[in-house]
Design a protein around this ligand. Structure first.
Ligand code: CP
Ligand code: NVA
Length: 306
């Protein structure tokens, strides 16, 4: 029997698989009826060890609108919250569910869970990566720009989970991804190295800089995310100081191309990582980006469960 597929990182996908998923997401967006009954009768378990609005609701809606059944649980409702091991939990739940979607802390926890599970496991965000977000990001960029290859995305701010998945996805799609972060807040060097290696095959390019202008000048897309991710709340004050010069504001927009689009995975903090007038302004595509979570996750579920 073929080993089940998981989706723990964008790097789990070959470049062609990524593009196939994006095509499928476009199809499901244009013709939702094509997705109906695609996972009829399948049980999808969603477990959240951190809060979620978009991921949680878009997955639940995707599953039910494809004819499946979604069970959504917070980890404190499970014995997991009382110390039952990740491995035992994964093994037991594999007996009930056809796929498990997990939002958690360490990527190692997610990997242990997936290793012990007999059914596909999806990363609904870890401290390291947010691959489902990257699928919606690329669908949105392709809709707006008509292509992915050669499109320059500048991500300003914390080199976090969202940045990591954007780097992998951009490299797979032959894009130019430029990250501008303050010293000490850069993305993982391994992710930058791996993205450059992928880019050598696809024509993609990854750069990491401490200088906003180096990333933002001539960019097609400007992107940012919160300065303090879930679990880093105690560092909020310090991060706000260090990251203040990396705000996605009008100055950054003026450095980019005239037709730049502005993205944010949300939730946003107006006038912290992004200026309110930019988030709510004409260049912002954040609402389309959030809506596309539904379509890309439908494509992912069809791919994993068809
Ligand atoms: N962007 C995103 O994943 O949002 P949630 O935390 O609300 O799921
Ligand atoms: N980097 C953020 C993303 C939220 C969707 C976090 O991990 O909290």
């Amino acid at each position: 029997m073929a080993r089940k597929r998981d989706f723990l990182s964008v790097d789990d996908l070959a470049p062609s698989e990524l593009l196939t998923l994006l095509d499928k997401a476009d199809e499901f967006k244009a013709r939702p009826e094509d997705a109906a009954e695609r996972i009829a009768g399948r049980q999808v378990l969603l477990i959240f060890e951190k809060p979620s609005t978009r991921t949680r609701v878009s997955f639940e809606v995707a599953v039910t609108s494809m004819g499946g059944h979604a069970i959504v649980l917070r980890s404190d409702e499970l014995q997991l919250g009382r110390g039952e091991t990740v491995q035992d939990t994964a093994r037991v739940l594999s007996g009930y569910a056809d796929a498990i979607v997990l939002r958690t802390f360490g990527q190692d926890r997610l990997e242990m869970f997936a290793e012990a599970a007999d059914v596909p496991v999806v990363n609904a965000l870890s401290d390291f990566s947010h691959p489902c977000q990257a699928l919606a990001d690329l669908q949105t960029i392709r809709e707006q720009k008509g292509a992915l290859e050669g499109v320059a995305v500048a991500y300003l701010g914390d080199g976090n989970n969202v940045a990591h998945s954007l780097m992998f996805a951009g490299a797979k799609a032959g894009m130019e991804v430029r990250i501008a972060s303050p010293p000490g807040y850069e993305p993982s060097a391994q992710v930058a190295e791996r993205s450059s290696l992928i880019g050598a095959e696809t024509g993609g390019r990854t750069t990491v800089t401490n200088v906003v202008a180096e990333a933002a000048s001539g960019a097609d897309v400007l992107y940012t995310d919160v300065w303090a991710s879930m679990g880093q709340e105690s560092e909020s004050g310090e991060r706000a100081e260090v990251l203040a010069h990396y705000r996605l504001d009008t100055d950054a927009v003026n450095l980019a191309k005239d037709d730049v689009i502005v993205m944010h995975c949300l939730p946003a903090h107006r006038d912290e990582e992004i200026a309110a007038d930019v988030l709510d302004g004409p260049r912002s595509v954040v609402w389309d980006q959030a809506a596309n979570r539904l379509h890309t996750q439908k494509a992912l579920l069809a791919w994993l469960l068809d």
